[in-house]
Write a protein that binds this ligand. Structure first.
Ligand code: MN
Length: 257
């Protein structure tokens, strides 16, 4: 039997399960808030053009207004200064967007410390148990942060000392970028860096090292608790925006049920 026939059979029989890892897109979707003096992207919004009325007696359609980095989305290399000679989102090969998922669960540590940083030792401990990070794969950081995905304030967790959300250390971001063959790195938080990553060296190390090494980021993932540590296949489907630095994306995981 061909692989595609096997896949179709598995889907029809339910032996292959699809988990949607995407947050819904609406004006309520939590989005990044940059500090002064930096301007922010606009939130997602629908603008009605016709709704079965004189503007369109038989149809309904909208314009969409949105920033690129809104909701569950991908960061392309050109998003960051270190990747400015790299690919825009339309240039990322589909082969890089579909691959094995490695799920690293640090939710217990994050429950104790919202400013948790993933270190190389955490990844090496995961590898000791599950094997090397997969080539063409995605490291997905399970932090439990998706429970705040419908609550803008809790999702950003900001106070006078900044935004307290988990992330990755500079050393770990550099190691993932330079020592692994990952396609990218996915998180449950609003961005691929820690909330206070402006204070790390270099600032925003996940963006700096990963996007500078032709690796991609995906954010605002959900349902990572439904995935095994290994064995799921990730499907990332951004819009091919020419010149785009990122795009809202539908992200699925395929796994044995
Ligand atoms: Mn982004």
């Amino acid at each position: 039997m061909s692989l595609t026939t096997s896949l179709a059979t598995a889907l029809a029989e339910g032996s292959l399960k699809i988990v949607d890892l995407t947050n819904t897109l609406s004006a309520e979707t939590p989005t990044l808030r940059l500090p002064e003096p930096f301007p922010n992207l606009i939130d997602f919004r629908l603008e009605e053009v016709a709704a079965y009325n004189e503007s369109g007696p038989f149809w309904k359609h909208h314009n969409i207004h949105t920033g690129e980095h809104i909701g569950t989305h991908i960061d392309a290399p050109v998003h960051w200064a270190s990747g400015k000679e790299g690919k825009d989102v339309s240039q990322i090969e589909p082969e890089r967007l579909i691959g094995p998922a490695a799920v690293l669960d640090v939710s217990a540590a994050v429950a104790q410390n919202a400013d948790f940083l993933l270190e190389v030792e955490h990844v090496k401990a995961w590898e000791a148990e599950h094997g090397p990070l997969p080539a063409n794969g995605w490291l997905l950081l399970r932090t439990g942060w998706d429970k705040y995905a419908d609550d803008k304030e809790a999702f950003l967790n900001a106070d006078e000392s900044g935004s307290h959300t988990p992330g990755i250390s500079s050393a770990c971001a550099k190691w993932l970028a330079e020592e692994t063959e990952l396609s990218g790195y996915g998180v449950e938080t609003v961005g691929i860096d820690q909330g206070n990553a402006a204070e790390l060296d270099p600032p925003f190390p996940a963006h700096y090292f990963l996007l500078g090494s032709d690796k991609y980021g995906i954010t605002s993932l959900q349902n990572l608790d439904k995935l095994p540590a290994t064995g799921a296949i990730l499907v990332v489907a951004p819009l091919p925006i020419v010149g785009g630095t990122g795009s809202p994306a539908r992200v699925y995981a395929l796994l044995d049920s």
